[in-house]
Design a protein around this ligand. Structure first.
Ligand code: C2E
Ligand code: MG
Ligand code: MG
Ligand code: MG
Length: 277
């Protein structure tokens, strides 16, 4: 009976597994081609200072412009880039591209609008990562001061000792570090105070919960107080409503990012909308 049951299970799963591994292979090849054909694009989402209402910077968010299907969101291909190791090359591309845009904005506007680039687990773990950052900022003396790296909390916690060493080396170059999706990674408070970081980004899920009950609001309030006591700048992610923005302002959150202020847009649109006026 047991043998038959597992036989059935095998028969049920086998075709699916074949299909999905073939599917993954095709996607992998498509992504390799995407890199060669320069089909990756960065969109930029603005961040706003809550006290002044001014633009402070933009987060670079990658998309794949697939000629067959159109823009593909990162959640659909970053995991495959990670598995295949292509993330190193794509990550370096994103870094160079984001810095080039920053330098262009800087020349056009002469203002302190910085750019943030997301870093994925395999990149941070790579021995060459610090060197990649060094190479990327070496293009211009102003590049380091304009760059921020966003690293998820869970990623730092995976390998605290090595992460701290890499982040410290990068910060010494003048690049700042933000903890992304804060609150989802369960890091202990004792670690948080030891991490060489500048900014804490409160995950969107906490921003959503802020208006759905009293606990949600006090949780965000606590995170902001904690961050400020550690001298960190606080950014709230995924702010969609004026109500959320007002509450965050009252809680002395430093910056907001979200559809309320602006969705991620192509660089030309970002420039026209936020830098030229
Ligand atoms: P993330 O870094 O936490 O980026 C925020 C995500 O929330 C983005 O999704 C953004 O479009 C979305 N978002 C922003 N404001 C709002 C809002 O008000 N409401 C809602 N519902 N969503 C909002 P996106 O662009 O799909 O990126 C997803 C994730 O992919 C990012 O999460 C980041 O972890 C990763 N990612 C994006 N670009 C890169 C990249 O160049 N390299 C790496 N390694 N990861 C990237
Ligand atoms: Mg991010
Ligand atoms: Mg985030
Ligand atoms: Mg997030």
């Amino acid at each position: 009976k047991t043998a038959k049951a597992s036989g059935d299970r095998y028969a049920f799963y086998a075709p699916r597994m074949t299909e999905s591994s073939a599917g993954t292979l095709t996607l992998e090849n498509q992504l390799r081609q995407a890199l060669e054909k320069e089909q990756f694009v960065l969109h930029f989402q603005p961040k706003m200072n809550l006290a002044s209402g001014g633009l402070t910077g933009a987060e670079a968010l990658i998309r794949w412009n697939d000629p067959a299907t159109g823009l593909v969101p990162p959640g659909r291909f970053i995991p495959i880039l990670e598995e295949t190791g292509l993330i190193h090359e794509v990550g370096r591309w994103a870094l160079h591209k984001a810095i080039a845009e920053y330098l262009h904005w800087r020349a056009a506007r002469r203002a302190a609008v910085r750019v943030s680039v997301n870093v994925s687990p395999r990149q941070l773990r790579d021995r060459g990562f610090v060197r990649d950052i060094r190479n990327a900022i070496d293009v211009d003396p102003h590049a380091a001061a304009g760059l921020e790296l966003e690293i998820t909390e869970s990623l730092i916690m995976e390998d605290v000792k090595n992460s701290i060493a890499s982040l410290q080396a990068i910060r010494e170059m003048g690049v700042t570090i933000a903890i992304d999706d804060f609150g989802t990674g369960f890091s202990s408070l004792s670690y948080l105070s030891k991490l060489p970081v500048d900014t804490l980004k409160i995950d969107r899920s906490f921003v959503v919960d802020m208006t759905t009950g009293p606990q949600g609001l006090s949780l965000v309030s606590t995170i902001i107080t904690l961050a400020h006591s550690l001298k960190l700048c606080v950014v709230a992610e995924g702010v969609e409503t004026a109500m959320q923005s007002r509450l965050l302002h009252d809680l002395r959150c430093d910056e907001i990012q979200g559809y309320l202020y602006g969705k991620p847009v192509p660089s030309a649109e970002f420039e026209a909308r936020y830098l030229l006026p």
